[in-house]
Design a binder for this molecule. Structure first.
Ligand code: 5AD
Ligand code: FES
Length: 363
């Protein structure tokens, strides 16, 4: 197989993707350069921001990799007050972020779903609906998803985590609460309801093969999602998957594999939004910039009040836990300028892929 013949294709075969995932040296550089070129051709050098609000770490699930799983008693559970959420959203607006992302541990009780409906409506009132709203609140019923959509949320992130069912059950307990088919159905429901739907996986999980990762990229393309988020897996000592920490690739390799995943997906889906996940920055201080430089175009600066952040440690040593939001902004502008990119302020930043299918949506 020859790299030059592959880099101009959008419809890559699984074998070609695996070839690119294994690329080293000159071939790897060609992949990264081509991915950046494809991004710049389609999306220019803009980066979109989503002000991240980590609403609550109360979670009913216990995924085997996740530090905020319900079965971890080693930290304080919190839920932001309504005022705290609205203050975060106002701050996002003042800083010109254009959009917020509301993320939380998973709950589906009525008290929670009603509260989210109310919060979405309140955020929408800020400056006459000028903020875009992304939700990342796990698996819910179609009715709940519809209610939140009608309240004003227009994007939803639900990572599939692993598109291979067998691998899925190696990183989740196999029980009613962690059902692969339910997760797939949720993604289909979100797409059907008209959400700008995002999904994604962790890279460098125990038991994960290049075949799995290639399958993940083909899954994103098959589902024709509008957004993808991928980041390196980071073992957390309070979780069951910690025991495999010595059997996974090094942090450097997980980072590099994540960059290859981003670059290859940019070739396959030139117009989607791809986030440079915070996990990248945790593994490598330049991780987010590196992800942007190989095809990502979205960053989610954390707006959660600092006193709560250390309790939202999905994985250890999460980046920016001590930064103040305005510091984040200066830091981002400078860091992105250094790699020839710039933030597009005061815009929703819907993905081009989604805008083409939905002429009413806006940049
Ligand atoms: N390492 C990296 N990412 C993680 N996530 C959860 N736990 C970890 C971990 N240990 C990711 C999952 C989830 C998102 C909120 O965070 O992909 O969807
Ligand atoms: Fe499932 Fe945190 S418990 S991602």
């Amino acid at each position: 197989m020859n790299i030059d013949g592959i880099l101009d294709k959008q419809d890559l075969t699984k074998e070609e993707i695996k070839f690119l995932l294994a690329a080293e040296g000159d071939d790897k550089k060609k992949l990264f350069d081509r991915a950046l070129q494809v991004k710049l051709e389609h999306l220019d050098n803009y980066v979109h921001l989503r002000g991240l609000i980590e609403y609550s770490n109360i979670c009913t699930k216990y995924c085997l990799y996740c530090g905020v799983r319900s079965k971890n008693p080693n930290f304080t559970r919190y839920q932001l007050s309504d005022d705290e959420v609205i203050e975060c959203a106002k701050l996002a607006h003042e800083l010109g972020y254009g959009s917020v992302a509301l993320q939380s541990g998973e709950r589906s009780d009525k008290e929670f779903t009603d509260k989210i409906t109310l919060l979405v409506k309140e955020i929408k009132k800020i400056d006459n609906g000028s903020l875009g709203i992304t939700l990342s609140l796990g698996e819910q019923t179609e009715e709940t998803y519809r209610r939140w959509f009608e309240a004003g949320a227009h994007r939803y992130l639900l990572r599939i985590e692993a598109s291979n069912e067998e691998l899925y059950y190696k990183i989740h307990p196999q029980d009613a609460k962690h059902d692969f088919k339910t997760r797939l159905n949720c993604i289909d429901t979100l797409l059907k309801l008209g959400y700008q739907t995002g999904t994604g996986v962790m890279v460098g999980l125990p038991f994960q093969t290049l075949d799995d990762l290639a399958g993940d990229l083909l899954f994103f393309q098959r589902k024709d999602v509008a957004m993808v988020g991928m980041g390196p897996f980071i073992p957390h000592p309070d979780t069951p998957l910690w025991q495999y920490k010595d059997q996974i690739p090094t942090a450097e390799k997980r980072m590099e594999l994540t960059l290859k995943m981003i670059a290859i997906l940019r070739l396959m889906m030139p117009e989607i939004n791809m986030v440079a996940a915070t996990a990248n920055q945790t593994v490598d201080p330049m991780g987010r910039e590196k992800a942007i430089a190989v095809g990502a175009n979205v960053i989610m600066p954390n707006l959660t009040p600092n006193e709560f952040r250390e309790n939202y440690l999905i994985y250890p040593d999460k980046a920016c836990v001590k930064d103040k939001p305005d510091q984040c902004q200066t830091c981002l502008d400078v860091r992105l300028a250094a790699i020839g990119h710039k933030v597009l302020y005061n815009a929703w930043g819907d993905s081009l892929a989604f805008r083409k299918k939905n002429p009413a949506s806006t940049l």
